[in-house]
Design a protein around this ligand. Structure first.
Ligand code: C5P
Length: 223
């Protein structure tokens, strides 16, 4: 039934972590596995969309029918996302992008020593914010949020600040969800609505999220 509902839609999805280089052999990363983003890509393609999956370093197979662009750092993901977004009907920003990167990358491996070592960090580009600025009326932007406190208020603030149409709020309160897990529990937040869902596997969560995006497409057709 849902097989063709995204026919002729182009959707880009960012997934996984980013690695920010410290020296030739070290980086700053995070525990994102890419599972949620890859599940979204698989289900969008299954429903007929033309999908570009921009992925940080993960060890997951590319879903059938999905065009994959591999990147390593926030900068790489930023450039790939900006190149893609103009041609897309929607962007789902699922990647756990580093918020800071080393100000300088050491040319040679940093040697061990007895003194403390400080690495100065500078802020990375905010991909979501930049796409929010470029978003045309008929395009949709979907962001993710992982909050530890004031979850809904912070997510709503993010929705406005980054010009997102939906924010998918991940709960950090439940065991066996978010990073590396097979399950997730989310709230889907729009300007006017908060929908709460139970704990499910990431494929089922992907279906719930895509149902909401499909509803956005349908509403915009009626206008
Ligand atoms: O502000 P915060 O990092 O919590 O926002 C999370 C959302 O912004 C996610 O959708 C994430 O993919 C996106 N993001 C981004 N570029 C960054 C940081 C976050 O696109 N540098």
């Amino acid at each position: 039934e849902k097989k063709h509902e995204l026919n002729n839609r182009r959707i880009m999805i960012t997934a996984g972590p980013t690695y920010e280089k410290i020296d030739p052999v070290r980086f700053i990363g995070n525990y994102s596995s890419g599972k949620m983003g890859f599940a979204l890509a698989e289900e969008c393609a299954r429903r007929g969309a033309e999908v570009t999956l921009i992925s940080g370093p993960v060890s997951l197979p590319t879903p059938d029918g999905v065009r994959r662009v591999d990147v390593e750092s926030c900068n790489g993901m930023y450039n790939a996302a900006l190149a893609e977004f103009n041609q897309c009907d929607a962007a789902i920003l699922c990647a756990a992008v580093a918020d800071f990167k080393p100000e300088y990358v050491a040319e040679n491996k940093i040697k061990r020593g007895k003194d403390n070592l400080s690495i100065r960090l500078s802020p990375t580009n905010d991909i979501a914010e930049e796409l929010g600025k470029r978003k045309r009326n008929e395009q949709f932007l979907i962001g993710f949020a992982l909050e530890t406190d004031n979850e809904e208020a912070n997510a709503k603030d993010k929705l406005k600040r980054k010009h997102c149409d939906l924010i998918i709020l991940n709960s950090t309160r439940n065991k066996g969800t978010t990073f590396r897990a097979d399950d997730n529990q989310v709230e889907i937040i729009s300007e006017t609505n908060v929908k709460k869902y139970g704990k499910k596997n990431k494929h089922e969560v992907a279906c719930d999220i895509i149902d909401e995006i499909t509803a956005l497409f349908r509403q915009s057709e009626k206008l």
